[in-house]
Design a protein around this ligand. Structure first.
Ligand code: FES
Ligand SMILES: [Fe+2]
Length: 406
């Protein structure tokens, strides 16, 4: 196999900045990654204004099903409920009496009963019972329904927006990525694995570890490195990058020279997997590999502000990065595969799940190391290469927004 015609991988030119010359190229200040004052501005300018991923519809298949989503950056939790009328709504998890949470965890109910003094709300948020009501003074019960939050659903992804008048519709915010992935086979997939951790790292720095391939040869030298790097692409450069207004997307190619182990090849050939490209099994899936890149493995779709929707041939996975403060973030990762058609497909899926789980552990460990170094006082700036342009794009978008540009 010869690769010398593939200039995007072998060139020394800095192609991404040639295509996106409006982005800066110089060092980046560390303030956005460590400053609590900057973090407070992010809360108001970004997280209080934008559509945030709350979960997936498979969590609430039936009338009365609900789950509570904790959103630390907004100092609150939100109840997402499928009402008795089948409509999905979101409410602040806050009782109108004295503020206690009206739900926790997940479950199914006809009514939410506050555990403090027993006020009762229905699944559409209406107040239904005030205990010992005669002891209150001129209660206006029309003002005692649960405080509703904007809630919209796209392809079974549930979003909330705490801005009373969102500046953009959900479709506008999803933008080009929403259009591209509109027909991805999400309905065929179900949860196949999930992980999470709370780490000492800024949410952007943590997210950055999952939106560049530059670290693959070093961080993942014991796990997934050789799937992606080799003579053709030693630094795991993306084969294509797309930067939008706030979202971004990149395609990661596999290493065509990689010789998979026999037992692994068996697993790969029996179903959907991260490695099927290596085994020569590729098929066209709607919304995936938008530039028809050679040796395609998977797309990283970064949806602003704080999550990644990574799509591949027959499966997808999500990373959510929930800020707690300037240097602490809660990470949730969920993998989705089709219902396995047989035992072979299950083996194949689990091979990918185990591989990615180990790689994710490596990614999160290095993020904490970066944060510690950035907070040490020895650095004023950090540097991003051309191939790390997704990290620079996130930094620039956030900086613009906290400075009042929409
Ligand atoms: S705080 Fe909910 S009933 Fe008192
Ligand atoms: Fe990684």
């Amino acid at each position: 196999m010869g690769f010398d015609t593939d200039t995007s991988i072998n060139t020394s030119a800095r192609l991404n900045h040639e295509r996106f010359p409006e982005l800066s190229t110089g060092p980046v200040p560390i303030e956005p990654y460590i400053s609590e004052e900057f973090f407070a501005r992010e809360r108001d300018a970004i997280f209080r204004c934008m559509w945030l991923l709350a979960g997936r519809m498979e969590k609430i298949p039936n009338k009365g099903d609900y789950f509570v989503k904790t959103i630390e950056v907004l100092n609150t939790s939100i109840v997402i409920v499928r009402g008795q009328d089948e409509k999905v709504r979101a409410f602040y998890n806050v009782c109108r009496h004295r503020g206690t949470n009206i739900a926790s965890g997940a479950g199914n109910c006809k009514f939410f009963t506050c555990k403090f003094h027993g006020w009762v709300y229905d699944t559409q948020g209406n107040i239904r019972h005030v205990a010992d009501e005669s002891q209150f003074f001129d209660l206006d019960k029309t003002k005692l329904n649960l405080h509703e939050v904007n809630c919209e659903v796209w392809n079974d992804f549930i979003f909330i927006n705490v801005d009373e008048n969102p500046r953009e519709t959900l479709a506008e915010q999803l933008g080009e990525i929403g259009v591209q992935l509109q027909d991805f086979p999400f309905p065929e997939m179900r949860v196949a694995g999930n992980w999470g951790a709370t780490l000492n790292a800024n949410w952007k720095l943590f997210l950055d570890a999952f939106q560049e391939g530059y670290h693959v040869a070093t961080v993942h030298s014991g796990t997934i490195n050789e799937y992606f790097t080799g003579a053709r692409n030693p630094y795991c450069r993306p084969s294509s990058v797309r930067l939008y207004k706030r979202n971004r997307s990149l395609s990661i190619p596999f290493n065509p020279e990689f010789k998979i182990h026999k037992s692994e090849e068996f697993a790969i050939r029996t179903g959907e997997s991260l490695s099927q490209g290596v085994a020569g099994l590729t098929k066209k899936v709607p919304g995936v590999n938008p530039k028809n890149d050679e040796y395609f493995s998977f797309d990283v779709n970064a949806i602003f502000p704080n999550w990644l929707l990574d799509t591949s041939i027959g499966f997808f996975f999500i990373h959510e990065f929930w800020p707690i403060d300037a240097s602490t973030t809660r990470w949730e990762s969920t993998m989705y595969f089709p219902e396995p058609a047989n035992a072979g497909a299950l083996i194949s899926q689990n091979q990918s799940i185990a591989l990615l789980r180990d790689a994710f552990r490596e990614d999160i460990a290095t993020s904490e190391g970066s944060q510690a170094g950035i907070m040490s006082g020895s650095l004023k700036e950090i540097n991003f290469a051309d191939t790390e342009i997704p990290c620079r794009h996130l930094y620039e978008v956030v900086t613009k927004m906290v400075n009042g540009e929409w």
